[in-house]
Write a protein that binds this ligand. Sequence first.
Ligand SMILES: [Zn+2]
Length: 133
Amino acid sequence: MNIYLYWLIQLSWGLLINLAGLLIAAVLVCRGNKPKRFHHAVYFEFGEKWGGVNFGGFFFVQKNAHHRLKSHEYGHSFQNLLLGPMMPFAVNIPSAVRYHYRKYQLSKGHTLKPYDDFWCEGWATRLGEKHCK
Ligand SMILES: [Zn+2]
């Protein structure tokens, strides 16, 4: 997909989640954190061992994030292109709830199912792999 079309859809149909991403990006830039490019997306690295989160054309990952994690977060940005205003309710909120539930399960010594078993996570990984070629 062409970068202009990518950002046109991010900032129109997919605007909702990008506003949150832009706000977080602005705070990080003010704190001296440098934005980086990952294909069409803009991302920031900060913190240790927490994973990542996507807000449309923006994503945020732990320091020294592996390519696989960045590709996964990038994959979520394509879900936003498709889901637009439904994105927070279809993906972001369920994913965030699951993230914290998994941390809780881990703290109780439970074994976790593979991360990508959750429909929108497996889908994001596949989209990332597709668009990182
Ligand atoms: Zn994810």
